[in-house]
Design a binder for this molecule. Structure first.
Ligand code: ZN
Ligand code: ZN
Length: 363
């Protein structure tokens, strides 16, 4: 991931440094651990990086992580052993206008830093700079996300074989969790959702010790992590013959999902892509029952930029990896959500989720 030496491509830290002048920053302090991992490869729980527009690249950690940092952090960073507070340790090195990560740094840490810096140092709120870089994935990142998506496809296939009706939501979630790991995931990328019948009408339902009824819909939403990178996928299964409305709503959500997928391409506005699904669902008479955004970016975190939502901003870029996940939630009855993970391309999406989307009945 480093391009520090010679003729190789600019490293992530170099690309970050190139963006500092447009924010009128001399340097950026990177304290968020996910951003730190992205820039340096460091996976420990205490570290800090200073990236300067002038070429400064400093990495600090404490004695517990020195060997790990030596192995993970590329040579473009000078490594410093910190003492107690890494922010206090880095303070004497700061000069000019220094951005800090206001989206992640606590008020207390900010005050501590402010007290430790010298005269003439301006601390400037500059959250989101690393997140903007992270939103556009490199091929090596897409490859890991795709592997995490394939593991989920396989786990859903095994679930369809194993059956759903009569098992508790919790038992299904636990077996999926174990299955993801046995298939090579580090772990699940978020707590797995298994929500049968009326419970499926809650978009963020946690699995209960309740048996899944037959003849209902069951929402299964899960993701895996491979080498730090997440996947995210939802399928809604039937556990037997459905009444007319459930099948109709399923067909409506599927049609909306497929229309929105066709709108996913570089340059498309995130609000506009969201609106494609939202209008399709509204035309079907269920506009008020799609209460969340259409999707979100996925990478080192399962929810990251860009956000596809009526309140989102900007346009999609080639290399974004996003979910497309419309849903309809029928209070007291059932819910339907269908979620694919896709790579945004110039001409359209590359869909990473491979499990069928036609309604699958699993008794
Ligand atoms: Zn999901
Ligand atoms: Zn999602």
């Amino acid at each position: 991931m480093s391009g520090a030496d010679g003729a190789s491509a600019p490293s992530r830290a170099d690309r970050l440094a190139q963006r500092l002048p447009e924010r009128e920053l001399d340097a950026l302090l990177v304290s968020d651990l996910v951003n730190l991992r992205y820039l340096t490869g460091f996976t420990g729980t205490n570290g800090l990086a200073l990236v300067g527009a002038d070429g400064e690249r400093t990495f600090l950690t404490d004695f517990r992580y020195l060997d790990q940092a030596e192995a993970q952090v590329p040579a473009e960073f000078a490594q410093i052993r910190g003492k107690e507070s890494l922010l206090e340790d880095v303070a004497p090195r700061l000069a000019g206008r220094v951005g800090f990560d206001d989206e992640h740094l606590t008020v207390k840490a900010h005050e501590q830093l402010g007290a430790a810096v010298g005269e003439g140092v301006a601390l400037v709120a500059a959250g989101g700079l690393v997140e903007e870089l992270r939103a556009v994935k490199e091929p090596s990142e897409i490859e890991r996300i795709a592997r995490a998506a394939t593991i989920v496809d396989e786990a859903l296939g095994a679930l369809a074989e194993a059956g759903l009706a009569g098992r508790t939501e919790r038992a299904v979630a636990l077996s999926l969790e174990r299955d993801l790991c046995e298939r090579g995931a580090e772990r699940e990328s978020f707590p797995i959702i298994v929500a049968g019948g009326a419970h499926g009408a809650l978009p963020h339902a946690s699995p209960r010790d309740e048996p899944i009824p037959s003849g209902s819909l069951v929402i299964v939403d899960l993701g895996a992590i491979v080498e730090g990178y997440c996947s995210d996928c939802t399928r809604t299964f039937a556990t037997g013959a459905l009444d007319g409305e459930a099948a109709e709503v399923y067909a409506l959500v599927l049609a909306a999902q497929e229309r929105a997928l066709q709108a996913v391409r570089a340059g498309a506005g995130v609000v506009e892509v969201d609106a494609v699904a939202r209008e399709a669902i509204a035309d079907g008479g269920h506009g008020e029952r799609f209460g969340h955004g259409l999707g979100h970016g996925v990478g080192l975190e399962v929810h990251e930029r860009p956000r596809l939502s009526p309140r989102g901003e900007g346009t999609l870029a080639a290399g974004n990896v996003v979910t497309v996940e419309p849903g309809v939630y029928m209070s007291g009855a059932f819910g339907v959500r269908i979620e694919d993970l896709v790579v945004v391309g110039e001409e359209g999406p590359e869909v990473l989720s491979g499990f069928p989307k036609a309604l699958v009945t699993v008794a």
